[in-house]
Design a protein around this ligand. Structure first.
Ligand code: NOJ
Length: 565
């Protein structure tokens, strides 16, 4: 077993509802995952991270958990979970599960008990219930906004039927925030961690890891400018951002500034406590933070030696396809994480952002969480988007540290733009009355077999979001034997990354390269990515991998190559 496997791991995110459907109901499930693990082993990843599969009314696709210790019948049973873990481990794949500690579902027994109990009761004290403002308490306790749009407070009816207190929900109204100053909440989550560790999971991806503690007194807060979703306001892949123009006003404040619900110092105590608990278990179990915080030096606080192991690098995800910006974020990432002894992580796509096969080439501002749809402007052609995405991935997989891959990106899937309005399910869509499309476009079920019903997603022709016809040409079976396919590019890059130990390497910038190029040495590999419009000359060395076919010693636009040097 490699010591500290997580420092260099390639981690594949499974979005269970859209990965593989074993029972044909149109919704992916755990048995579906187990049946397709061979494809992931072949891809060459070290671990999988599963988005939530717990009992849930699915108001936010499972990030609204009603029972933290059970599997939703949509996804199967605990026995299916155990089988999935056993099969993953047998194939040398570790399993990370999602933990959602900032909020529960309103269907959770604790919240139902809170609704039935009186103001001031112990049941209400597990959440953030407050009296309203104004003479009759009819105004929300403060002015905070939900990340999904609209107010962050909802008023309840008391037992006698009269309008009563309000509860806080930073996300959907069906996702009440816990009060993490309450010891009972802390105990409950320690117990939940043990429940899954005892079942053999290798770690947790912690949802909203920057939001669990709120500033004392819940003071009003007005962000300097409207932010995006997930407590993030990124998606800054526009030409304006690429040119080095200042980011949208307010972004750094929203991520790392004075928002009284993000990045409060008190959260770190929770992770120190969890780290001690995880360390009691053998086998290097890990914690990975979803913390949308700016700048990277602040994100690094989550991965100090006695806290979590990894934090997602959203600064990297939000960086446009621009050489200067990429060099800067790579340096900043390596410096910030190294300063606390943690590995850097890298990520380009996940279930909350526009897929990078589209996003990196969009030319109009598109704040993260707003999504893309038929009204959106500045969209690239499929070919142009894919070309750039392949180059971006080849660059990312050459970087030292741990890389995250979101299901479907290895097939080059673009964002699905033309979902019918009636099919959309993201709460963002509903809470903004259709003004923001939200995240459904990156969540469409995967194509496995070109000519099978639901493109092999499941045995029936059923899929919880409609799959575009284009899935036929992108299905895994058509890409598998094609050396020029995106799937082959991912497989080759992951194999070389492992063989040459790039994850454990270092970045040494190559001097004398054109401004539009990102070029560095990592161990015995030279990596060169051309983000400009004009072709550039390749440095010396045998080409080991290239995101596009090469003609002589020239690297075309939007292409990355790895050379032996
Ligand atoms: C971040 C998750 O990734 C996202 O999908 C979810 O909607 C929010 N947290 C709320 O749990």
């Amino acid at each position: 077993m490699t010591p500290e496997w997580w420092r260099t791991a390639a981690i594949y995110q499974i979005y269970p509802r859209s990965f593989a459907d074993a029972n044909g109901d149109g919704m992916g499930d755990l048995a579906g995952i187990t049946s397709r693990l061979g494809a992931l082993q072949e891809l060459g990843i070290d671990a999988i991270w599963l988005s939530p599969f717990y009992t849930s009314p699915q108001r936010d696709a499972g990030y609204d958990v009603a029972d933290y210790r059970d599997v939703d019948p949509l996804f199967g049973t605990l026995a299916d979970f155990d089988a999935m873990v056993a099969e993953s481990h047998a194939r040398g794949i570790r399993v990370i599960v999602d933990l959602v500690p900032n909020h529960s579902s309103d269907a959770h027994v604790w919240f139902q008990a809170a609704l039935a109990a009186a103001p001031g009761s112990a049941e209400r004290a597990r959440y953030l219930f407050r009296d309203g403002r104004g003479d009759d308490g009819s105004e929300a306790p403060n002015n905070w906004k939900s990340v999904f749009g609209g107010p962050a407070w909802t008023r309840v009816l008391e037992a006698d039927g009269t309008p009563g207190q309000w509860y806080l929900h930073l996300f959907d109204s069906s996702q009440p925030d816990f009060d993490w100053t309450n010891e009972e909440v802390r105990d409950e989550f320690r117990d939940i961690l043990r429940f899954w560790l005892d079942r053999g999971v290798d770690g947790f991806r912690v949802d909203v890891a920057h939001g669990m503690v709120k500033a004392e007194g819940l003071p009003d807060y007005t962000p300097p400018a409207e932010g995006g979703s997930m407590g993030g306001a990124g998606g800054l892949t526009t030409d304006a951002a690429a040119s080095g123009a200042p980011l949208e006003p307010g972004i750094s404040d929203e991520h790392g500034g004075s928002a009284p619900y993000w990045a409060q110092d008190g959260v770190h105590e929770i992770y120190r406590d969890w780290r001690l608990l995880l360390d009691e278990y053998p086998g290097e179990r890990v914690l990975a933070a979803e913390a949308w915080v700016d700048p990277l030096s602040r994100v690094a606080k989550w991965v100090r030696p006695d806290e979590m192991h990894q934090a997602f690098n959203f600064a990297y995800l939000e960086t446009p396809w621009n050489a200067a910006a990429l060099r800067r974020v790579i340096d900043d990432s390596l410096d910030a994480f190294a300063a606390v002894g943690a590995p850097s992580t890298w990520v380009l796509s996940n279930h909350d952002v526009v897929r990078h096969a589209t996003r990196l080439s969009v030319t109009e501002a598109n704040p993260q969480g707003h999504g893309l749809g038929p009204r959106s402007k500045g969209l690239p052609s499929f070919e142009a988007g894919l070309r750039r995405a392949r180059a971006a991935t080849a660059l990312m997989l050459a970087l030292p540290g741990s890389a995250y891959i979101y299901q479907g990106e290895e097939l080059g899937l673009p964002e699905v733009i033309d979902l019918p309005d009636g099919a959309r399910q993201d709460p963002t869509w509903f809470r903004t009355a259709g003004e923001r499309y939200g995240r459904d476009g990156c969540r469409v079920p995967l194509p496995w077999e070109s000519s099978a019903p639901s493109y092999g997603f499941g045995p029936a022709d059923a899929s919880w979001l409609p799959q575009p016809e284009q899935w036929a040409s992108l299905a895994r079976d058509v890409q598998r034997g094609d050396p020029a396919s995106t799937l082959s590019l991912y497989r080759d890059a992951l194999a070389l990354r492992r063989e040459r130990r790039l994850g454990a390497g270092a970045v040494e910038w190559l001097p004398g390269q054109p401004e539009s190029v990102v070029a560095f040495r990592n161990g015995d590999i030279v990596v060169i990515a051309n983000t400009g419009d004009a072709p550039v000359e390749l440095p010396a060395g045998e080409v080991l991998l290239s995101s596009e076919p090469l003609d002589g010693r020239v690297l075309p636009a939007d292409t990355t190559a790895w050379l032996a040097a």
